[in-house]
Design a protein around this ligand. Structure first.
Ligand SMILES: Nc1ncnc2c1ncn2[C@@H]1O[C@H](COP(=O)(O)OP(=O)(O)O)[C@@H](O)[C@H]1O
Ligand SMILES: [Mg+2]
Length: 256
């Protein structure tokens, strides 16, 4: 079982979109997949059409049960199935986590402990919030790999040093198995010189960690999640579904 965090502390770089569509692409490649919505905004949950107001138990209840030895919550009480994958949804209640979990011993290890009891998946993908705090630390502590989506804009590399420092800190203190799986460009328009230049800059910076596959800007990708569907369900013949399938193949090639 490979556990992968999708991380970038910048918002709007396609973390959630990539977690959703990579998850479904991996399923298409015959893998069994669990997705974890680890951003209190719950965009991954709504991207799959999960009604966040109606979910009774979320990944946050699992975290709290570990933190406070409260009522036992079973993962099967949280799990929902969409498009053939299992999802652990969340909702805005999770926004209290930084405060509620502060002072809990081992607060960065909670997700790792939860996932020790999870079996039977080839891939677990964790959609992280746009911040480098307790939730992201939990995700990185539980993961074997981190994959980083980067939007090809002028400030693309800004914040990357901070992110790399965080990964190193986690490697040193919390999870010495963590490795960078790869970096991939998102919302690329190859007609725009800047985008091509940014991809080159990323390749110079990340070298072998820069993936060959990238995701083109494609309005269908954005539409799909607003309809509560992956790109494969909403527009299977679109560039978006081709790009995410290629990305998934490249990741499988690296991981297996
Ligand atoms: N390939 C793409 N083409 C067009 N729009 C995209 C693409 N990928 C993501 N988006 C849109 O960009 C916005 C940010 O994506 P999102 O996945 O929510 O980012 P993050 O999780 O990093 O904050 C969303 O509105 C999403 O629909
Ligand atoms: Mg997101």
């Amino acid at each position: 079982m490979k556990i992968i965090s999708i991380v970038n502390q910048k918002g709007g770089v396609a973390k959630t979109t990539s977690t959703q569509n990579l998850g479904v692409a991996l399923k298409k490649l015959g893998k069994s997949v669990l997705l974890i919505d680890f951003d209190p905004q719950g965009n991954l949950s709504s991207g799959f059409g999960v009604n966040k107001r109606e979910v009774e138990k979320t990944i946050y209840d699992l975290l709290k049960a570990k933190a406070f030895v409260a009522d036992k919550v079973d993962i099967s009480d949280v799990k929902v199935e969409k498009e053939g994958l299992d999802i652990l949804p969340t909702n805005i209640k999770m926004a209290k986590s930084t405060i509620e979990l502060s002072g809990v011993p081992g607060k960065d290890n909670l997700l790792k402990e939860i996932l020790k009891e999870v079996y039977g998946y080839d891939y677990v993908l964790i959609d992280c919030p746009p911040s480098l705090d307790t939730l992201t630390f939990n995700a990185l502590t539980a993961s074997h790999k981190v994959y980083i989506p980067v939007q090809t804009e002028f400030y693309a590399l800004e914040g990357i040093v901070e992110l790399m420092d965080t990964v190193e800190m986690i490697q040193q203190r919390l999870n010495d198995e963590l490795e960078i799986g790869g970096v991939f460009a998102t919302m690329v328009d190859s007609r725009v010189n800047l985008h091509v230049e940014v991809v080159d800059q990323l390749r110079d910076f990340f070298e072998a960690n820069m993936l060959e596959s990238f995701i083109r800007r494609n309005v269908k990708v954005a539409e799909a999640s607003s309809y509560g569907k992956s790109i494969f369900d909403y527009a299977p013949k679109s560039n978006g579904s081709r790009d995410y399938l290629n990305l998934a193949k490249e990741i499988v090639g690296r991981e297996e």
